[in-house]
Design a protein around this ligand. Sequence first.
Ligand SMILES: Cc1ncc(C[n+]2csc(CCOP(=O)(O)OP(=O)(O)O)c2C)c(N)n1
Ligand SMILES: [Mg+2]
Length: 327
Amino acid sequence: MATPKKDTLLDWYRQMVLIRRFEERCAELYQQGLIGGFLHLYIGQEATGVGAVAALRENDHVITAYRDHGIALARGLDPKAVMAEMLGKRTGVSGGKGGSMHLADRERHFWGGYGIVGGHLPLAAGIALAAQYEEKDEVVLALMGDGATNIGYFHESLNLSAVWKLPVVWLIENNQYGMGTSVERASGAKELVRRALAYSSEDGSGMKMGPRIDGMDVLAVHDAVSEAIEHARKHGPILIESLTYRLEGHSMGDPQRYRTKEEVESFVESGPIGRFRQVLIDKYKGVESTLDKIDEEALQAVEDAVEFAQNSEDPTYEDLISHVYVD
Ligand SMILES: Cc1ncc(C[n+]2csc(CCOP(=O)(O)OP(=O)(O)O)c2C)c(N)n1
Ligand SMILES: [Mg+2]
């Protein structure tokens, strides 16, 4: 696949840095008690979200679990409205009623944000079924964690997608842990992508088993997901696996007794943002000053988002009781 243009690569860098700065600020706001509920950071996984979402067309769809801030920002949701949602404000993307785990945007075909592990997978199949039924040339990108592959919904959704040849890319973000449980302790198959074989036939029909990709390399992710999307558009479902790492705890306040500091450190060194920055520096002479400017602008965008969110109104009682029933 041809390497994208410089502007596109710089934009991916911008998105990854924005996500990182946004979430670091969210962690502070959580500690100050300004963000309530649970907060699951995407730090370490930015290359997977940015590379994968960049492979989608505007009309395609994306859906994910509760670790959703990075996907929302990569899909182009306004950081101000996302931050306002984190703070439970009226101006938030979900009217302040969803919070961190329930970001969504109908216009951008970003369908959330779900707290029940694997609970969004049948929805992904349904969105793909609707597109197929209405003969729309649209693909669904459904992201899930490694832990979600052990849930019944995973089997039901992937099987049905193979039976109905639905245009879905099932993307496992294997960050090596489901809360405190490592993949080795939870899964019969270490290579999670092999589960595709359960929904495919010897003659090649059914689900395609896609690649296991280096999820810390935004270019590799983009290449693999682009190919997977083409497959889904023409032939039906495919399962791929992105090997990544969660650099922070499962959610805020996780004592992380299930892994060593050395293990985490080894992934900090090979982290996706520093790695991509180096790729850009090697490729484009003198690009450092542009990258530094992008870094500064990301910080500013996050501060603007916090200011906007803090100055926004809380939801009213009418907001609380709206959207419960269809008029
Ligand atoms: C059906 C269900 N069971 C258990 C939980 C509690 N729970 C929340 S997150 C999580 C781990 C999921 O891990 P994974 O799918 O790998 O996603 P990650 O957190 O690594 O992004 C569990 C067990 C839940 N939310 N829903
Ligand atoms: Mg996981």
